[in-house]
Design a protein around this ligand. Structure first.
Ligand code: ADP
Ligand code: MG
Length: 586
């Protein structure tokens, strides 16, 4: 073995660790959920490599997770015989925090002074492996990647540095050894050396993990005393018939291992769904909505999807992944399966388990697969209809949904023609009607004035900018409601989506806007003609003088208090879009 080298944590990692050590997160039990979740992922990955025929230095016949408590030394070990990590992976994955948004997360955390808000942020971010430091004052990780012979040992007290040592040999997979903090001894609620406590946490948070989670326990009255070596030895002959024999103590499997999505709805509690969501999403908060689907027949599949309650920090970053995992007959095949969820629903998390695909499917074959395309169509429709149901059944939930994900959803208006109406139906927009609450298009239609032909909108950078625009004057005067579209994406879709429920979208800043009724028009006709004549000379002079800047200067019927305004041609790009194109270098 080589000498252990000492490294410094990257700044963000150090800050995050400080948070964990001085744990501001009240529910410390979740550290175990995180370690088990990582172990489970590692086992999934190893099985997948084996399926693909990768040459491995690993035995895949008994993949499992094992938890070991040592009361005397106050250590807790979580061990898996999964894929493991290479030396570089340990440095990259454990020593640094690659999660996008970390810096912003820490800045927000610093700014939010109140504890509840900090809790909430940590929950939103999730801290995976580092959560071990909530309960331990030293964490040791020993790992060997399944394609290598040498191993790596990582160790840290979480105080700024960690050591890494290469090992000539190491067992398959990864062990995480926690040296538990002494202060937790007093409080039996947090006694992580108690097998009962461990059992309870596993049951509560990790029951659905599809790999066995084993722990040495004194399970029956008969072996209640069989804890000493001598007695274990005496029991040996009996034990040989059991699942794990030899010198090892009796191992009990703590979890039921049932795939949640394959169980019927009334068999599974909301809590179980929520914990499962946390495992696959790496989110620490409960989801906003749980969606179950089951298809039987020629192409059988089950889906368990979730809408998170908060948008991730990287929702609008390019490298962002999609959240649906593909399983085939209970076997994990891939993460972020793009073929199952369109880009604009990238925040949806979950699992789809298809019964009739080959275990060897690749992304390429998925793209060609007609069944997959069909499945995707159904999943999308189901997600959209779930949101629609939320609108009537859970208005608050829908409001949260739209606040968090509306901007992403509207991207669908640009490319999902098949579901365009459904997307419009679940969309909300700020409007002049209510400064606090956005309106749906349905609600807008219901409030339309007699004779109003269009859905009026104006795009702009902010609500206040739009509201103070001269274009608004006539509409305000007439009492017409105007949608205030302030997201950059609004510029993009509103030009290409012609109508909603037979009513056209009409920008109040483009072309001629005619708000008068037929009667009002007749009354004003003569007066307007006269004014046109009176101002003809001025207008033609202005048009010539400003010819570099504008196409035409004309008298306005839309202004009430402002003297003048600039109006775009019906087919012109708006100033905002112009800015956007310029920013994109076009
Ligand atoms: P996350 O699970 O959200 O990626 P974690 O902090 O929990 O974040 O883990 C960071 C990374 O370290 C994982 O993505 C994984 O690549 C690696 N890792 C952690 N635990 C294990 C393990 N038991 N076996 C293999 N790799 C692991
Ligand atoms: Mg994790």
């Amino acid at each position: 073995n080589t000498q252990a080298e000492t490294f410094e944590f990257q700044v963000e990692a150090r800050q995050l660790l400080q948070l964990m050590i001085h744990s501001i997160y009240s529910n410390k039990d979740v550290f175990l959920r995180e370690l088990i979740s990582n172990a489970s992922d590692a086992l999934d990955k190893l099985r997948l490599e084996a399926l693909r025929g990768t040459e491995l230095r690993a035995d895949t016949s008994d993949l499992h997770i094992e938890i070991e408590v040592d009361k005397e030394h106050r250590t807790l070990t979580v061990r898996d015989n999964g894929i493991g990590m290479t030396h570089d992976e340990v440095v990259g994955l454990i020593g640094t925090i690659a999660k996008s948004g970390t810096a912003e997360f820490l800045r927000e955390l610093k700014e939010s002074k109140d504890a509840a808000a900090s809790q909430d942020l940590i929950g939103q971010f999730g801290v995976g492996f580092y959560s071990g430091f909530m309960v331990a004052d030293q964490v040791t990780l020993v790992t060997r990647h399944a394609t290598e012979t040498r191993g790596t040992r990582w160790e840290s007290t979480g105080e700024g540095t960690y050591t890494i040592e290469e090992l000539d040999e190491a067992p398959q997979g990864t062990s995480v050894i926690l040296r538990l903090k002494p202060e937790d001894t007093e409080d039996s609620l947090f006694d992580y050396t108690s097998p009962w406590k461990i059992k309870e946490i596993v049951k509560r948070y990790s029951d659905f993990i599809t790999w066995p989670i084993r722990m040495a326990t004194e399970s029956t009255d008969a072996d209640a005393n069989a804890t000493t070596d001598a007695e274990a030895e005496a029991d040996k002959s009996e034990d040989e018939a059991g699942e794990k024999a030899g010198d090892e103590p009796r191992l009990e499997t703590l979890n039921s291992m049932k795939a949640l999505w394959a169980r019927s709805r009334d068999e599974v509690s909301d809590d179980e769904y929520h914990e499962f969501y946390k495992h696959i999403s790496h989110d620490w908060n409960n989801p906003l909505e749980t969606i179950r689907m089951q298809a039987e027949g020629t192409f059988e599949y089950q889906a368990l999807l979730f809408i998170p309650s908060q948008a991730p920090l990287d929702l609008f970053m390019r490298e962002r992944k999609r959240g649906v995992q593909l399983y085939v007959k209970r076997v994990f095949i891939m993460d972020d399966c793009e073929e199952l969820m369109p880009e604009y629903l990238r925040f949806v998390k979950g699992v789809v388990d298809a019964q009739d695909l080959s275990l060897n499917v690749s992304r390429e074959t998925l793209q060609q697969d007609r069944q997959i395309q069909l499945m995707r169509r159904r999943l999308v429709k189901k997600v959209l209809s779930t949101v629609k149901d939320m609108m009537s059944e859970n208005a608050e939930g829908y409001a949260t949904f739209w606040k968090e994900f509306g901007r992403a959803v509207k991207e669908g208006l640009l490319d999902d023609f098949e579901n365009r109406d459904a997307i419009l139906e679940i969309s909300s927009f700020a409007s002049t009607q209510d400064p606090e609450r956005p309106t749906t298009l349905r609600q807008y239609l219901d409030r339309m004035k007699d004779g109003q032909q269009h859905i009026y909108y104006m795009t702009g950078e902010s609500r206040s900018i739009i509201e103070s625009s001269p274009h608004m004057e006539a509409f305000r005067e007439k009492g017409y409601e105007v949608l205030l579209l302030t997201d950059p994406i609004d510029e993009m879709w509103v030009g290409s989506v012609p109508e909603f429920d037979d009513k056209q979208f009409q920008s109040i800043a483009k072309g001629q806007v005619d708000l008068d009724t037929e009667e009002e028009k007749k009354e004003g006709e003569a007066e307007r003609e006269q004014r046109k004549k009176d101002f003809a000379e001025l207008l033609s002079w202005m048009t010539t003088t400003l010819s570099e800047q504008v196409k035409e200067v004309r008298l306005s019927s839309r202004l009430t208090t402002s003297p003048a305004c600039v109006v775009g041609d019906t087919h012109d790009v708006t100033p905002q879009l112009e800015n956007m194109f310029r920013a994109m270098g076009q």
